[in-house]
Structure formats: structure tokens, C-alpha cells
Design a protein around this ligand. Structure first.
Ligand SMILES: [Zn+2]
Length: 527
């Protein structure tokens, strides 16, 4: 499919903002072309920077009045017009450049989509085709700066009108994004007892049930040897409230960030999976195959190993500090979509408990799963902090709270076009409901950074290609189709040699609240 072409006027602005427009091309499957005035052939839309169209154009456009901004923060009130995304409608949000925006004159018949205290800064002039005026143009991205840095609490006003327009023309289709989904993720606890640090699992489950939320316990596979019978019974009885997911393997310092070669990375990842398999066999519990990287760090070698080993994804907080260069790779689309693909692996964004209502609003607007991570020490004052965060999420829109496995399986956008179903998966394995009238499924794999090959499975059919390309499958299909984006050279976990048993990680295991004496515990883990 040819991508819709969007003209950038004047022509020089395309090159002046090359990184920004390149990033938007990746995010929206469009092409930006610098154009001279009156060169309109083949355009699906237009962007004017520091200028506005001289004549009435037959396609949508947005015109930015000010080419540049200076830091001058201001509160910006988003309008209540129905054309504004419901997740932002009527909100008052902070922006670091809003104070320098020169108010726009609002012609009669226009709608104010956003205003600062000084006046309108974003207007809709007409609806068919859509035409917008905005105060400040988005600046060029810095080298290495993700697009998300321009659409977050404190920084959004220049980019939002452009994103709004691009969403209206994205591939010419109306995409159904995943519903709002959420989970808390608590790093480190094990199931050696009914308590871990400040957590009492019975209380946590009762509170989650009352508040309607879900807590994923990111537990270190080293600790999987023993599951306390009462903890097992509690987890088994309440799968809607509590689940397990993976947190490193031995939880050594920099564990997933200092691996230098593929062999070591594969052996580490395979051991984590074998430990998870064993826990599942012995306890009847299930472990989400989503890696929550200790200290939010996982380098490219390790990401590639996790992809080939078949992890469903990795969750990490991009904003947490790194201990070394390369510890936390991120691409230009980091935290922009339901997942970013790095080296073939889906990276789910997760964020700390300190988030406020504006942070949550932007995550909702970008269709990110609402994953809030914390440590047990943040619950020292009780579980009210979870209730408050859950309330902020639930107030945005109806939310389904679920395990990280279920977050992955539902991390998919779909668009219907006649008898074709277009699918954008954002995890290794997703499931999609297919209507009986569908004759073909077109899978648009997201771009991966770096670009790697992918083996796409749609029901029983398989195609191999590169991330970022489209894969076409013809029916008939069952009512729910399983779609997988796996490595073309997958690794059989059982074929990876076992690592030698190492005593040091067990002895130095941090802040565990153990249910038995350290010696008994050590013997259990080494057995
Ligand atoms: Zn940890």
C-alpha cells in the first residue's frame, strides 16, 4: 500500500525538521514531502509552518503561526469540542512553551480546541475537510530524543495539533486501539510465605478485589524453587487480582545490562524460563513470560536473546536512571505506542508510582497499557497509594485490570476495510476476533529498531519477512485468530546448556522476607 503523502510548506521546513518528520512517518505510516507553494499534486494533507495556505485546499491541513518558541510555561485548557479525543477533552494541562504562544484570532464559525489564559492557541476552522490553526510549531527533535518527549505532561502544545491531524488520516483507516488495560507491578517479592516485606498477600488480594485492580508480582526466578502452600492457594484462588511475572533471573547487579555475548544471554534467559516452567508444573500457577528488567536495564544482546527465546515482551521504565551506556536502549518511538519493538522484542512501557493525573492522561491518549511499577517499601504506609493510583486510571475511561500475559495478548490495534482486517500487533503473541465475513488478514508489523526478521504466524499459516512490513493471509479464519511475531531462528529452551549452580546470588539475595531460616532456604534453592 502506498503511504499517504503530506506536503510540508515551505519546502525547507521538511529538511529543517528531518528527525521530527522521520519519526512521525514511522509512527503514522505516512510520508512527508517538502513542497513549493502551489505544488499540491498527490497530497493527502498539508502542514504549514510559519505560513498558511493562500487558497482553499481540498484536503485537511494544519497551519502553525509561530515557527519557534521560547520556554515560558503556562496552563493550557483543552476544549470540549467532540472532535477532541475524549481522553484530553476539557482537561487543564501544563506546557513549557504555552506562555510564549501568541493568541490566535478566532474567525466566526471556528472552534477553540485549546487556549491559554491569553487566548486561543489551537483552532478548528472547518470540519470538511479538517483545517486547523495552531500557535506554535513543534521544533526539530534532538539527536536521540524520542518523539514521546514532545507529548507528555509539561510538553505537548506544539506537537498535539499535528498528531491530532495525523490520527485522522493514519493510513486512511480508522484504527480500533486496544481498550484501556492496567496492572500494578511489584518488583522483587517471592512466594516463600504469605508476607514479603511490607506486603501481606492476603491483604493485597482483598484490597485489589475491593478496588477492582490487578497486581502482577515480578518475582526473581532464582526464588521459584519454593512456593509456600498458603501463598500458592491464595494466588490460585484469585487470578483476577494477582499473578506472577519474571524479574531478571538471579537478580545480580546489572544482570541483563552487562551481558556481552549471545551465548551467555541465551543461557541466562533460558534458565529463567526453565525455572518458570518448573514453578508452573509444581504449583499449578502461571507465570507471564514478560521480563521486568531489574533496575529497568536490559541491553541489546539480552533483548535479542529474549526475542529468540520466545518471551512475550519486556516491561521497563524508560525514565529510570541507567548505570552504564547501553543499559537501556530505546528508539524514537519509545513509549509512543502500546509497545515499541527493539531487536524484535516488544517493549511495554511501565512507570513509577509517582505519576499524576496528567501523566496518566497522556499515557491513555497514546493507548499505552497502564503499567505502574513499585517496590514493597513504597507500601510501608499501607495500600492506600494503590487505591489512589487505580482511581486516577479508572477515572480516565473504563479499564480492564489484568495479568501481563493478558496485557500482551490484547496489545493489538485493528482496522476493518471491506472484507479485509488490518492488524497491528504490539506483543509477540496476540489474539484477534475475526468476523465471518473477513476474507483476508493483513498484519502490519511495527518497525523494529534495529530492523530484524520476523516469522509471522496467523492461525496455521506462516510468512517470514522484516519488521515494519505487511503480511497478507487469506481465509477462512476461525472466530478468534492467534497471531505471533516470533524469531525466524527461535531457540529451543531445552537445547540451551544449563548454567552451573552459583551460590553467590542466593547468598546475596536482597531484602527477601523469608519464611524459613536462611540455611534451609539456601538448601532449598540449591536442591
Ligand atoms: Zn528488583
Amino acid at each position: 500500500m502506498t503511504r499517504p503523502v503530506i506536503g510540508v510548506f515551505p519546502r525547507t521546513q521538511r529538511a529543517d525538521r528531518q528527525r521530527l518528520f522521520d519519526a512521525l512517518e514511522l509512527a503514522f505510516r505516512v510520508r512527508f514531502q517538502g513542497r513549493d507553494a502551489n505544488s499540491l499534486a498527490g497530497l493527502a494533507a498539508a502542514v504549514f509552518i510559519g505560513s498558511s495556505p493562500a487558497e482553499s485546499l481540498p484536503f485537511p491541513w494544519v497551519a502553525f503561526a509561530q515557527e519557534r518558541s521560547i520556554p515560558a510555561g503556562a496552563r493550557t485548557r483543552i476544549g470540549t469540542d467532540a472532535m477532541i479525543d475524549a481522553r484530553l477533552r476539557g482537561r487543564e494541562l501544563t506546557d513549557g512553551s504555552g506562555g510564549c504562544a501568541i493568541p490566535l484570532g478566532a474567525p466566526s464559525g471556528s472552534s477553540v480546541l485549546a487556549a491559554t489564559g491569553a487566548g486561543p492557541v489551537w483552532l478548528a476552522l472547518r470540519e470538511h475537510p479538517r483545517q486547523y490553526l495552531a500557535a506554535i510549531a513543534p521544533a526539530e527533535l534532538e539527536a536521540g530524543e524520542p518523539l514521546r518527549a514532545r507529548l507528555r505532561a509539561g510538553s505537548f502544545l506544539p506537537l498535539l495539533p499535528l498528531v491530532h491531524l495525523l490520527r485522522e488520516i493514519d493510513g486512511g483507516r480508522q484504527w480500533d486501539q486496544p481498550p484501556q488495560r492496567a496492572a500494578f507491578i511489584i518488583d522483587d517479592p517471592n512466594l516463600h510465605g504469605l508476607r514479603y516485606g511490607y506486603i501481606d498477600y492476603r491483604e493485597l488480594v482483598a484490597r485489589a478485589k475491593r478496588g477492582g485492580y490487578h497486581v502482577a508480582i515480578a518475582s526473581t526466578p532464582l526464588d521459584y524453587r519454593f512456593v509456600h502452600p498458603q501463598a500458592r492457594a491464595l494466588f490460585r484462588a484469585h487470578p483476577a487480582q494477582i499473578s506472577l511475572t519474571v524479574h531478571g533471573n538471579d537478580h545480580e547487579h546489572g544482570e541483563l545490562a552487562r551481558v556481552l555475548d549471545a551465548e551467555t544471554a541465551l543461557s541466562l534467559g533460558a534458565q529463567a524460563l526453565r525455572r518458570a516452567d518448573r514453578l508452573e508444573r509444581h504449583s499449578g500457577l502461571s507465570v507471564s513470560r514478560v521480563m521486568n528488567a531489574p533496575h529497568e536495564e536490559c541491553n541489546e544482546v539480552m533483548l535479542s536473546a529474549l526475542y529468540r527465546l520466545g518471551f512475550d515482551g519486556l516491561a521497563r521504565d524508560l525514565l529510570a536512571p541507567v548505570s552504564r551506556p547501553g543499559a537501556k536502549p530505546a528508539g524514537v518511538l519509545a513509549d509512543w505506542e502500546p509497545a515499541e519493538i527493539l531487536g524484535g522484542l516488544a517493549i511495554l512501557p511501565r512507570f513509577g508510582l509517582q505519576s499524576d493525573a496528567e501523566d496518566f492522561a497522556w499515557r491513555a491518549y497514546l493507548n499505552l497499557p497502564m503499567l505502574t511499577c513499585l517496590h514493597h517499601t513504597e507500601l510501608a504506609g499501607g495500600l492506600d497509594v494503590l487505591d489512589r493510583a487505580a482511581d486516577l486510571v479508572n477515572r480516565l475511561r473504563p479499564t480492564r485490570w489484568m495479568s501481563l500475559s493478558d496485557v500482551c495478548a490484547s496489545n493489538v490495534a485493528v482496522a476493518r476495510s471491506g472484507s479485509s482486517l488490518h492488524v497491528r500487533p504490539y506483543a509477540r503473541r496476540v489474539r484477534v476476533a475475526v468476523e465471518p465475513t473477513a476474507t483476508e488478514i493483513i498484519i502490519e508489523t511495527p518497525p523494529s529498531d534495529p530492523a530484524v526478521d520476523v516469522r509471522v504466524t496467523c492461525g496455521p499459516a506462516v510468512e517470514v519477512g522484516t519488521f515494519g512490513s505487511r503480511f497478507r493471509f487469506t481465509g477462512p479464519f476461525s472466530g478468534v485468530v492467534a497471531i505471533e511475531m516470533g524469531a525466524p531462528d527461535p531457540i529451543d529452551v531445552d537445547a540451551v546448556p544449563a548454567r552451573a549452580t552459583r551460590i553467590w546470588p542466593v547468598l546475596r539475595r536482597p531484602h527477601s522476607c523469608r519464611s524459613s531460616g536462611p540455611l534451609i532456604e539456601l538448601l532449598r534453592q540449591l536442591s
